[in-house]
Design a binder for this molecule. Structure first.
Ligand SMILES: [Zn+2]
Length: 233
């Protein structure tokens, strides 16, 4: 790097600082959104290698899935909380792509996900996506696709409208209220495929279950699930 590049780089950094999305340190590789300490400190679950892992248990008896996993444990007051916040609310797309690549790498190494045909992001309401400017699950999917070499299908399933206020509804009403909000688009290429439904966080699994049950109405379809984080309430 010559002097001009160094001066320009320092000047650029002053106005557009490249800092770690986990801890704010500026000691990180130019190609990464996380410093090495945060990257290696992410609380990996290893679920992708284990049938009957805690994410699969969530859906047992509720949703007919092939495989399911989440890449990291969600821990409050930790770098993963900050990372997730930046992905969901701060528009850090480069971070989302990097996390998608990490998730895709784990899925590819695990032979349990090697029959996936299509990668499907959990849809947002179109109004929510307009407000936010992006869908974080789509960004994760692009990173996964880059590693697994499978197409992303954003048009397969969508949310038809904002879910009405759930506060005065009981559990069954809430479920019906949620389930009715997902629709399969006409003429989609899901038939006979093994779909990987991707979301940022799995907690109770209610949204993934509602979306997944609609996807399973496609003839001869198989469904697996991958989330970035697992929050165990
Ligand atoms: Zn860091």
């Amino acid at each position: 790097m010559n002097t001009v590049q160094r001066v320009f780089g320092a000047f650029f950094h002053l106005f557009y600082p490249h800092v770690c999305a986990g801890c704010g340190s500026d000691a990180l590789p130019a190609s990464s959104e996380l410093c090495l300490s945060c990257l290696h400190g992410l609380p990996v679950t290893g679920f992708e290698n284990h049938p009957d892992n805690p994410v699969e248990k969530i859906f047992a008896g509720r949703l007919r899935i092939e495989e399911a996993c989440a890449q990291y444990y969600f821990l409050k007051q930790s770098s993963i909380q900050e990372v997730l916040h930046q992905l969901k609310y701060s528009g850090n797309r480069a971070l989302g792509h990097q996390l998608g690549v990490l998730l895709g790498t784990a899925l590819k190494r695990s032979e349990r996900f090697n029959t996936i045909d299509l990668i499907v992001p959990m849809p947002l309401f179109s109004s929510r996506q307009r407000e936010r400017g992006y869908n974080q699950a789509e960004i994760l999917c692009a990173g996964i696709a880059a590693v697994m070499d499978r197409p992303v299908c954003k048009q397969l399933v969508y949310r038809s409208e904002r879910t009405a206020s759930q506060t005065k509804k009981n559990r069954i009403d809430r479920w019906n209220n949620m389930q009715g909000k997902f629709r399969i688009a006409d003429g989609t290429p899901g038939r006979g495929r093994h779909l990987l439904l991707v979301d940022d966080v799995v907690t109770t699994g209610a949204t993934l279950e509602a979306c997944g049950s609609v996807l399973l109405e496609i003839p001869d379809v198989k469904l697996s699930i991958a989330a970035l984080c697992f929050a165990s309430d």
